[in-house]
Write a protein that binds this ligand. Structure first.
Ligand SMILES: Nc1nc2c(ncn2[C@@H]2O[C@H](COP(=O)(O)OP(=O)(O)OP(=O)(O)O)[C@@H](O)[C@H]2O)c(=O)[nH]1
Ligand SMILES: [Mg+2]
Length: 469
């Protein structure tokens, strides 16, 4: 993205509409940055036309022009009518041109003139509408004026969340103006699908730019898919590293007085989750500001609720009753033998007697543990479930991102969280493979590992499957 550049063969899009409808927000979302312009819940935030360019591989595809909101369409309309009376044979476009040529800097209509000037220089108009507003006279007049420019208009419905009725009403009203190709685009909680439709609409209205726009759509789809995949892979890595973690009870005893065993394990889990959070935010290029916008319960880069806080199970919809009945709050830690280890002490001894070096390497810890009467402790299932659900929930928020608002607001992405099929088996497999805790060539090429990893990634993505073209 660059803020200048030749406008020669580039598609020019003006974002217009009544004041405070989310024009600047829409542009930020399209640019994937919260650095563009100024956003406020007040009229007249944008005072001048501002331009930004969307490029693919360094090649500019389109210019977006943010415009000040139309505040006084009524006065402008009256003015244009008066001009019409004077220049009887002039076309509506000619009248608009004459208007902008003659307006002075002190003119009360100077703000409106800036908008009209940009409209006449652009190929397509995105007309942003706050659907919560009734279709008042002022909007009718705005549309009247804009259609005089003869530029294609794409109405973009904003603030759509929870306003279906109003949306239907707006559609009806616009149909009266022969405008049928409308778009819904919530700039706060948008999806890639909505953005794709926006570009496709523009494609049909600006045929000469078809190829370039297609290139942009394909590029954005690819980036989107890669982002979702990287996010899911990172979460899988967290689950693997925590489920594979184990601590020798002996070690715990030796460290008594320092940090007890549980303390160690808790620290390990906290740090692993912390790193995952940091990575996820950075994969999706989320700043602290974005975190607040999406209402993610994170402060100073840390989860507000500690992973071992009482009540965390309930927060993530886990079965508190049965967990409490078993006396197993998150973070209790479990004895490895209880944790589904297939290799009991007896078979361990058998293995020791008959096994070769490779078996010993693989089961060495357990065998040694069995021989020396040592047991291992590992992270309990409740903790793993909370970890999984919390990151999955985060990923959903990161995926439904916008760069719109400047105040934190409630956008609750539907609660699709559930555990993957086969979860107990996956966890049990991981617990039996402590060496998978860290990425390594041998782990990453292991067929069993690859299978498990791809199943977990697919489960994380299934409700958020990246859109393919
Ligand atoms: N809930 C919700 N709020 C939004 C959405 N889009 C914008 N907003 C909020 O609406 C207010 C106005 O947004 P802006 O982007 O500044 O609107 P604008 O049309 O550029 O305003 P002017 O420049 O003053 O004409 C801000 O408080 C935004 O956070 C949306 O899709 N949903
Ligand atoms: Mg603005």
């Amino acid at each position: 993205m660059n803020m200048s550049g030749s406008t020669h063969t580039i598609l020019n899009i003006a974002v217009v509409g009544h004041t405070n409808t989310g024009k600047t927000s829409l542009i930020r979302t399209m640019l994937r940055t919260s650095e563009f312009g100024k956003i406020e819940d007040a009229a007249g935030t944008t005072r001048h036309v501002e331009q930004a360019t969307i490029s693919v591989d360094g090649a500019p595809v389109l210019n977006l022009h943010d415009t000040p909101g139309l505040e006084d369409a009524h006065t402008l309309y009256t003015h244009l009518e008066q001009m019409e009376a004077v220049f009887k044979s002039a076309t509506p476009v000619k009248i608009l041109e004459t208007f902008i040529e003659n307006v002075s800097a002190q003119d009360p209509l100077e703000q409106e003139a800036k908008v009209i000037r940009q409209v006449l220089r652009s190929d397509v108009l995105l007309y942003v509408i706050d659907v919560r507003e009734p279709f008042l006279e002022k909007y009718r007049i705005e549309l009247e004026i804009l259609t005089r420019s003869t530029k294609p208009i794409i109405p973009v419905f904003n603030f759509i969340a929870g306003h279906n009725q109003e949306l239907a009403y707006w559609r009806e009203q616009l149909a009266v103006y022969n405008i049928h190709a409308t778009l819904e685009f919530d700039t706060v909680a948008f999806t890639f699908e909505a953005e794709k439709r926006l570009y496709q609409k523009i494609q049909t209205l600006a045929e000469v730019h078809y190829e370039k726009l297609q290139h942009l759509i394909d590029y954005r789809a690819k980036v989107w898919e890669e982002l979702c995949f990287s996010g899911a892979k990172r979460i899988t890595e967290l689950i693997v590293s925590v489920a594979c973690y184990r601590e020798s009870k002996k070690q715990q005893q030796n460290q008594a007085g320092h940090l007890d065993g549980e303390g160690h394990m808790h620290e390990y889990v906290r740090k692993a989750e912390q790193r995952c959070l940091k990575d996820l935010l950075s994969i999706f290029n989320f700043s602290e500001k974005d975190v607040a916008i999406q209402n993610i319960p994170v402060s100073d880069g840390q989860w507000q609720l500690d992973i071992f806080a009482p009540g965390i199970l309930k927060t993530y919809g886990l079965d508190v009753g049965s967990a409490a009945a078993k006396g197993a709050a998150a973070g209790a830690g479990i004895d490895l033998m209880v944790g589904g280890l297939s290799l009991g002490a007896a078979s361990a001894l058998g293995a020791l007697a008959g096994a070769g070096w490779s078996t010993f390497k693989r089961y060495g810890d357990e065998i040694r543990a069995a021989v020396q009467g040592e047991t291992w402790s590992c992270v309990d299932d409740n903790t793993l479930q909370v970890l999984y659900l919390r990151q999955k929930n985060l990923l959903e928020k990161l995926i439904h991102r916008g760069h719109a608002a400047c105040d934190a607001m409630q956008i609750e992405v539907s609660e699709k969280s559930r555990l993957p099929d086969d979860w107990p088996n996956h966890i049990s497999t991981l617990r039996q493979n402590p060496l998978w805790r860290m990425p390594s060539a041998s782990r990453n090429t292991d067929e069993q590992y690859q299978m498990l990893e791809s199943k977990l990634i697919a489960a994380i993505l299934n409700s958020e499957a990246p859109i393919k073209n």
